[in-house]
Design a protein around this ligand. Structure first.
Ligand code: C5P
Length: 246
């Protein structure tokens, strides 16, 4: 069952920096907007998840731990249990893995809720096939086309009870129109407002286009964290995007 998502929390700002001090500078300008902050291994591997979680949460922002766990089921489960202790709103696992590993992530989360008396249940997202992987590479690695494999992995995740997936907007349309996957939350990177540079994103969509494809959450990094000079800063860039989304 889908729940209503507040417009501001549909924006997931990718905080792709090396140091906590750099993160602080960005977050201080985003403070109070109610957006979600996606922090990945670039920052957390060095700074540690505890400090990262505190930094985001003390500003009243929603916290997405982009953990991308992929391992044997026991380790995925234990990792899910550990990250849940920091009470992120979201964390993720790779779902090009077996059913037991996906199941273990859910069990690890539930175990953590019970063991540490946590009431906020993190949403677990499954990363299907990374959008950096081409159709030809999907054939080589997985033995099937991108669409086939994304649908296969997402269907398994939905069957096991995962909350949502990270995918490209093109795949979002396919997943939204398939009865096995239509109920999943869809989270999509590669979003570029009209006014932003495309950087290295080759198949980017505007926030409005992505939402029209049935996407629930938009991951946006550099257009917000290093906007073009004409936009006038991080806060202004975020406000322009929020105007487009709300
Ligand atoms: O700066 P930009 O908006 O391109 O950042 C996009 C974010 O989404 C980055 O954190 C990147 O790692 C992530 N991402 C992506 N493509 C994927 C998966 C994640 O761009 N397929």
């Amino acid at each position: 069952m889908k729940f209503e998502i507040k417009p501001q929390s549909k924006i997931m700002v990718a905080l792709d920096v090396d140091e906590l001090d750099q993160a602080r500078v960005i977050l201080d300008q985003i403070d109070g907007t109610g957006v979600t902050i996606k922090v990945g291994n670039q920052l957390a591997t060095y700074a540690g998840w505890e400090k990262v979680a505190r930094l985001v949460k003390e500003r009243g922002l929603r916290f997405f731990a982009d953990t991308k766990f992929k391992d044997i089921p026991n380790t995925v489960g234990k990792s899910a249990r550990s990250i849940t202790r920091y009470q992120p709103e979201f964390f993720n696992i790779m779902i090009d893995n077996n059913q037991a590993a996906i199941q273990a992530s859910i069990e690890g989360r539930e175990q953590s809720l019970a063991d540490y008396h946590i009431t906020n249940r993190p949403i677990i997202l499954g990363v299907t096939v990374l959008t950096s992987i081409s159709d030809r590479e999907s054939q080589e690695i997985y033995g099937g086309s991108l669409d086939q494999k994304v649908l296969q992995f997402a269907s398994l995740a939905a069957k096991v009870g995962l909350d949502g997936v990270v995918c490209s907007a093109k795949e979002a349309q396919m997943l939204r129109s398939n009865q096995d996957t239509e109920g999943l939350l869809l989270v999509t990177p590669g979003i570029r407002p009209d006014w932003a540079s495309h950087n290295d994103q080759v198949r980017s969509l505007t926030p409005t286009e992505a939402l029209s494809f049935g996407v629930d959450y938009l991951v946006i990094g550099r257009p917000i964290t290093s906007p073009p000079a004409k936009i006038g800063g991080i806060r202004k860039a975020l406000e322009l995007i929020l105007e487009e989304v709300v």
